[in-house]
Ligand binder design. Structure first.
Ligand code: NAD
Length: 299
């Protein structure tokens, strides 16, 4: 398969918080991209960024050599590719589907088999780094699947990420991503709890954050989430609680699937599901802090 800027057309499905800046970067890097999102605001934003918007996913995919999906979850990806209005039969022969969403890895393996029957190679290439790094093109990208296809799409991925890892067979990128988000959510939960306890004792939360960030309690949340989103209670990181709760379920399902005891993963997944039930799908994931404030003192 030959994939290059001058001849390959890319269909980009999902122009949400992450998909919009990612698709826009591909356009800026000189790739020919047709984007689709059923949400008019998302499609309009891509058009405003200079992107070409298709009127349907199938139109975006007609003759495309690559389809990138940046959708809420693996179920949406499966529907977009192989569902009744799916795009698989629109793609060019030998096309590569790159699922950059955070999908469940076991489902990804199954989808890859289904697509292989139609002559399409599926790579999973989920990302980490959030909206800011999506804009900057400095995402971490975890690529699972066929190494020849992974090498072929690398120039495209290089427009999106600063660290690109090949993680192994198809689904391994998605497994890595879910486990990353489990570690990230556990770190955020711990940091928010620590700040609440410290504040009640009389410690200053901003000073606590400075100390954590040069001490052994430092993690990504202490570095980039506490001061902008948690301490001022803006809760506006650009990553929803619904998506984080989904990733935590994925990580916990994976632990069960592999038969690995993971009591902390189970506890964190349950806590975040409860937070989602209480705060609703629109809440930002950093609002876990607000949820913790509502917990009884003794559980
Ligand atoms: P989002 O909800 O902002 O965007 C998803 C978009 O997909 C929406 O605009 C929706 O209208 C669109 N969509 C749904 N079905 C579609 C279809 N069939 N065809 C085309 N578009 C469709 O979500 P997001 O924050 O951009 O996250 C997307 C994926 O990336 C998720 O899997 C998420 O877990 C993952 N992720 C998000 C972040 C982040 O910081 N937001 C970081 C890393 C990974």
């Amino acid at each position: 398969m030959r994939i290059d800027r001058s001849s390959t057309r890319i269909a980009f499905l999902g122009l949400g918080k992450m998909g919009l800046p990612m698709a826009s970067r591909l356009v800026a890097a000189g790739w020919t991209v047709a984007g689709f999102d059923p949400a008019p605001a998302a499609a309009d934003a891509f058009a405003a960024a200079g992107g070409t918007v298709a009127s349907s996913a199938r139109e975006a995919a007609a003759g495309a050599g690559v389809v990138v999906t940046m959708l809420p979850d693996g179920r949406a990806v499966r529907a977009a590719l192989t569902g009744p209005d799916g795009v698989a039969d629109q793609l060019a022969p030998g096309a590569v589907a790159i699922d950059m969403s955070s999908s469940a890895p076991v489902g990804t393996r199954e989808l890859a088999q289904e697509l292989a029957g139609a002559g399409i190679v599926l790579l999973d290439a989920p990302v980490s780094g959030g909206v800011k790094r999506a804009r900057d093109g400095t995402l971490a990208i975890m690529v699972g699947g066929d190494i020849t296809a992974a090498a072929a799409v690398r120039p495209l991925l290089e427009a999106l990420g600063a660290s690109i890892f090949e993680t192994g067979p198809v689904g391994s990128g998605h497994a890595m991503k879910a486990l990353n988000n489990y570690v990230s959510a556990a770190g955020l939960t711990a940091a928010c709890e620590a700040l609440r306890i410290g504040a009640r004792f009389g410690l200053d939360p901003a000073l606590m954050t400075d100390i954590l960030n040069v001490s052994t309690g430092r993690n990504n949340s202490t570095e980039v989430k506490l001061k902008p989103f948690v301490i001022p209670k803006t809760y506006a990181s650009g990553f929803s609680m619904a998506l984080m709760a989904k990733d935590l379920r994925t990580a916990d399902d994976l632990a069960r699937h592999e038969g690995i005891p993971a009591p902390l993963s189970r506890a964190v997944a349950a806590l975040w599901q409860q937070a989602l039930d209480d705060l609703g799908a629109e809440a930002d994931h950093t609002a876990i802090d607000a949820f913790l404030a509502t917990r009884p003192t003794e559980d």
